[in-house]
Design a protein around this ligand. Structure first.
Ligand code: SAH
Length: 263
């Protein structure tokens, strides 16, 4: 790929700076150019479990890699500890890349880290990534919007807040009448779909589950609001997965005869 002369220069990665970047949904070809540049130039990479190994393989062999995510049911590191790692490494003069799945500012605690860096007086840069909710839908042939179905789309987190209270008012969201793209959907799927139905969403509303979007494990399970939780269970859907609920989920069938597979 040859870039034109007036193509914007990729910035220097100064030592002592932290770059908070999104790695996209998985496939390394979905990295932004800035994220690729960051991965190739960082000397410390602090990454989540959702950052695809194929992305990490692009890093310099000598780069320090620090895993900061959930693994094998063990408790995830405290946000405070991650902040401390970022700040300490930056103060030690390293080029620190904080790499998160998808986009760092979509259900990724990216803002918290940026705020901690700000408080510590550490310079940082934000590099957006392709968020998995939109990528998973698109790769499955589901548009986030289409003119005939919706003029808005809700991105919502399905997991409960740590205090045990549900994070979103699902009945109220159902009343908005717009499609919902659910991140971290699996643990509470039965409760969420029941609440959406109580809120007035039709039981035959199309739904789709997209697991492992843009990875070798990618698969799509089509369902409906009423059957979503049972279908997910029966099909053994596991994380990471995105659930799309709304008329947009039914639009993929019209594309499948011509849509070229991703892999
Ligand atoms: N910041 C991330 C979201 C982090 S929350 C982003 O913008 O995408 C983690 C959730 O993201 C997972 O529980 C899952 O719902 C979703 N996710 C991440 N990667 C995914 C993938 N490749 N396929 C499907 N869902 C994915």
């Amino acid at each position: 790929m040859k870039l034109p002369e007036n193509f914007p220069a990729l910035p220097d990665f100064p030592s002592g700076e932290v770059w908070l970047a999104g790695a996209g949904p998985g496939d390394p070809r979905l990295l932004t150019m800035l994220a690729l540049h960051a991965v190739s130039n960082a000397d410390t990479i602090v990454h989540d479990a959702l950052v695809d190994p194929r992305v990490l393989e692009l890093a310099d062999k000598g780069a320090e890699r620090i895993f900061a995510g959930k693994r094998g049911g063990r408790p995830s590191p405290q946000q405070r500890d991650i902040n401390t790692i970022l700040i300490d490494r930056a103060r030690a003069g390293r080029r620190v890349l904080r790499l998160k799945g998808g986009d760092p500012f979509v259900f990724g605690r990216g803002w918290d880290e940026a705020a901690a860096l700000t408080e510590a007086g550490i310079r940082f840069r934000i590099i957006p990534g392709i968020t998995s909710g939109l990528a998973a839908a698109a790769l499955a042939g589901i548009p986030a919007t289409s003119r005939d179905t919706n003029h808005a789309v809700i991105l919502a987190a399905g997991h409960r807040a740590q205090d045990g209270k549900s994070a979103a008012d699902w009945e109220a969201l159902a009343k908005v009448g717009q499609p919902i793209i659910l991140y971290m959907p699996m643990a509470q799927l039965a409760d969420i779909t029941a609440a959406l139905a109580r809120g007035g969403m039709a039981s035959d509303t199309p739904a789709a589950i997209i697991q492992g979007a843009s990875t070798a494990e990618e698969r799509v399970v089509e369902s409906s609001l009423a059957n979503l939780a049972d279908d997910a269970h029966r099909e053994g859907v596991g994380a990471p997965a995105i659930v799309v609920i709304g008329k947009i989920a039914g639009l993929r069938q019209g594309l499948l005869s011509s849509m070229v597979g991703w892999q």
